[in-house]
Design a protein around this ligand. Structure first.
Ligand code: ZN
Length: 432
């Protein structure tokens, strides 16, 4: 369950309400459906001035494949979503385009002077695959800010806090008690040692924080004396130093500090600047803090739960029971490539001139009422339109061909597709 957004007659956001309350309002004719994703109703009879509106905080955990979004009001998470990006697909498409162009130029059908270093990139430029992640998140921040009274933002900016580690004296007792500094150090070490055992290179195994020069031999608790080791290596090493254990390079690597740049990547930095430009107060947190909060609050790991646990503002306790996040997947707005080529780069087909067929376009969510045949029944699905009039739908997880005359558009394509029923009882067959 996630709350339903509520607007007043002037489209000003009010406090979101429980889906059952929204149903009552809709049944009583006091409201109408405004949007399906996220599900939003518009009230006919109550203005924002006459309502009590609370402060809501939108929290973001940016990820490379999937980002988490959560709206927190008081001690509760009231809305959550998981946004799947399309960075890899953008990268693949650009690489294909580059290969086609290169092939065409190699063919020497015409001569053009090669261009070299004749382009300047604006300040803050990001590669398209990374920029799309920032743009996806900003689309949703702006969209949610119009539908819900959001007064503050939180973002996980860095994985760990270098300042905290350099200036706080870190003691062994603190890790064992699960103090915040311990989480920061662990995130730092995971990054520095690439999530592998420093000695045998094992991955995907439980890793322990380990002293390179053991404490019994006078080794310190500073991060420069810490490495990650799998349990067998840690036990085998015992009271020896890394050099005595046969790994002098581990000792040498440990002395080299990680640069701050390693902790904050370009995407998160770009997002942070875009969030500040909204004018809302932005709180930033570290990955160490997120994990510390989530563990302390006893919340299971997921993208949206991480988002809800970002930053120092996280309330204790935080109520998350019953939250089912809205699944959002970035799909793009189709292609602008005019000429499709085959595997050898030979022109195959021209792009269709028309994007709409029967008033629908690829990416719309449609309701299909099929009277007879293999797919008889009522279906809701994302659609791929075809000139012949037979559209591709997803029925029972498989591609199905349904004629356009059976389809009615419910939702116009907006570059995203959604995986959760917007209203209970409506099964959106999972679009791919
Ligand atoms: Zn090992």
């Amino acid at each position: 369950m996630i709350s339903v957004c509520v607007l007043d007659p002037d489209r000003q956001p009010l406090d979101p309400c429980h889906p059952a309350r929204a149903r009552q309002l809709l049944d009583a004719g006091r409201a109408a459906v405004f949007r399906r994703f996220p599900f939003t109703i518009i009230l006919h009879d109550r203005t924002r001035a006459a309502s009590m509106v609370h402060a809501h905080r939108l929290k973001i955990d940016p990820g490379s494949k999937t980002s988490g979004l959560a709206i927190v009001q008081g001690p509760r998470v009231i809305w959550a979503a998981e946004l799947t990006h399309r960075g890899q697909r953008i990268k693949a498409a650009l690489e294909t385009r580059r290969a086609i162009r290169r092939g065409r130029r190699q063919r020497q059908m015409r001569y053009r002077q090669p261009r070299f270093l004749n382009r300047t990139r604006p300040v803050g430029w990001l590669p398209p695959s990374l920029q799309s992640r920032v743009c996806n998140l900003m689309t949703w921040v702006e969209r949610l800010a119009r539908l819900c009274p959001i007064t503050a933002l939180s973002q996980e900016l860095v994985r760990f806090d270098m300042q905290l580690m350099q200036h706080a004296e870190i003691s062994g007792v603190q890790y064992q008690q699960g103090e915040l500094a311990g989480y920061e150090v662990r995130e730092y070490l995971l990054e520095k040692w690439h999530r592998t055992c420093a000695y045998c290179g094992a991955t995907e195994v439980p890793l322990e924080v380990e002293h390179i020069v053991p404490k019994v031999r006078g080794g310190s608790n500073r991060v420069s004396n810490l490495a990650l080791a799998c349990v067998p290596c840690n036990q085998k090493k015992g009271a020896r130093s890394a050099a005595e254990f046969g790994f002098p390079q581990v000792q040498a690597q440990a002395r080299r500090p990680l640069h701050d740049a390693a902790a904050v990547n370009a995407t998160r930095w770009g997002l942070s600047q875009a969030l500040h430009a909204t004018g809302l107060p932005v709180e930033t947190g570290t990955g160490g803090r997120t994990k510390y909060n989530r563990t302390r609050l006893g919340i299971e790991k997921s993208h949206w739960a991480d988002a809800a646990c970002v930053g120092a503002s996280t309330p204790d306790p935080l109520r998350v029971a019953g939250i089912r996040p809205l699944g959002i997947r970035a799909m793009g707005h189709g292609t602008r490539q005019m000429c499709r080529v085959d595997a050898h780069g030979f022109p195959k087909t021209h792009r269709a001139r028309q994007k709409h067929y029967g008033g629908m376009q690829t990416g719309d969510i449609v309701q299909a009422v099929v009277p007879t045949g293999k797919y008889a029944g009522t279906w809701i699905s994302r659609v791929v339109v075809k000139a012949r009039g037979w559209f591709d739908l997803v029925i029972h997880g498989k591609k199905a061909s349904v004629h356009q005359r059976h389809c009615t558009r419910l939702w116009a394509a907006d570059g995203y597709t959604y995986a959760l029923p917007a209203v209970a009882g409506t099964a959106v067959s999972s679009p791919r």
